[in-house]
Write a protein that binds this ligand. Structure first.
Ligand code: NAD
Length: 259
């Protein structure tokens, strides 16, 4: 087992990609804190994992609230003593052309994706520095590297996470703490399922064309990336045995973006 007894905290872990990362970490022996603003769903995921013989707890956390982030991390520390791995994954999508983007929605997007990464990282770093080890994983996107129409705050925030991870890699290096970004292509989760009809309406094309001609058009094989694909990368970053792998971003997207 690659994460035996490691304390891991995954935000947005009640659904989609975060849930699969939590399940993968649990199978690898980790203790998993399922942090989500949907506490009932977080508790349900934690209960599923405990029923399968794993160690898991649900934690109520809106990642945009410093108070809730600090309280959630304190709950994990009270239960398990520290945090070894943070996956800052909670996220949403809102699409509009720039000239129509409501300012409140722009700010909400930046708060969830950027403030959320900053606040959760800030809360766990002292624990990691104290024990002289840790891994911070930020959930970026192919949109950390490329742009698409209608997604100004998402693309802005996901690009910003690369900068945050690089600063964290430099500041964390002397403390044996590494920081990396995962950049998935489109994955069929509730976040993406919601976008398909929205984009069809905005772009005035069919839902099938949104999938084929917008979402998957530049992949090498027309396939969606899966939650399992992303969880494998999250496991790699969490369990990597040295600080050789830090300050990096890894694209997992069926070749949609290459570098
Ligand atoms: P999802 O909608 O399935 O899950 C997101 C989870 O985050 C939900 O459980 C939700 O309750 C939680 N959440 C939302 N706002 C929150 C907040 N303020 N505080 C705490 N929890 C909150 O979405 P997903 O597709 O699994 O996305 C997870 C991450 O992966 C996001 O950062 C997203 O941008 C990124 N991503 C997704 C895709 C994709 O195609 N699905 C591609 C690249 C990157």
């Amino acid at each position: 087992m690659k994460l035996k007894d490691k304390v891991t905290l995954v935000t947005g872990a009640a659904s989609g990609i975060g849930k699969e990362i939590a399940c993968t970490y649990a199978r690898e022996g980790a203790r998993v804190a399922i942090a989500d603003m949907n506490k009932a769903a977080a508790d349900a995921t934690a209960a599923e994992l405990r029923a399968a013989g794993h160690q898991a707890m649900g934690v109520a956390m809106d990642v945009t609230s410093e108070e809730q982030v600090n309280a959630g991390v304190a709950e994990v520390v009270a239960a398990w003593g520290t945090v070894d791995v943070l996956v800052s994954n909670a996220g949403i999508q809102i699409v509009h052309p720039v000239e129509e983007f409501p300012f409140a929605e722009w700010k909400k997007m930046l708060a969830i994706h950027l403030d959320g990464a900053f606040l959760t990282t800030k809360a766990v770093l002292p624990l990691m520095y104290k024990q002289n080890s840790g891994s911070i994983i930020l959930m970026g996107s192919v949109h950390s590297k490329l742009a698409s129409v209608l997604k100004a705050p998402y693309v802005t925030a996901k690009h910003g996470l690369l900068g945050l991870a690089r600063v964290l890699a430099k500041e964390g290096g002397p403390h044996n703490v590494r920081a990396n970004v995962i950049c998935p292509g489109f994955v069929r989760t509730p976040l993406v399922d919601k976008q398909i009809p929205e984009q069809a309406a905005t772009l005035k094309i069919s839902e099938e064309d949104v999938i084929k001609k917008v979402m998957l058009k530049d992949t090498v094989d027309g396939e969606f990336t899966t939650v399992a694909d992303v969880a494998e990368v999250a496991l790699l970053f969490a369990a990597f045995p040295s600080n050789a792998l830090t300050g990096q971003s890894l694209i997992v997207s069926h070749g949609w973006a290459m570098e």
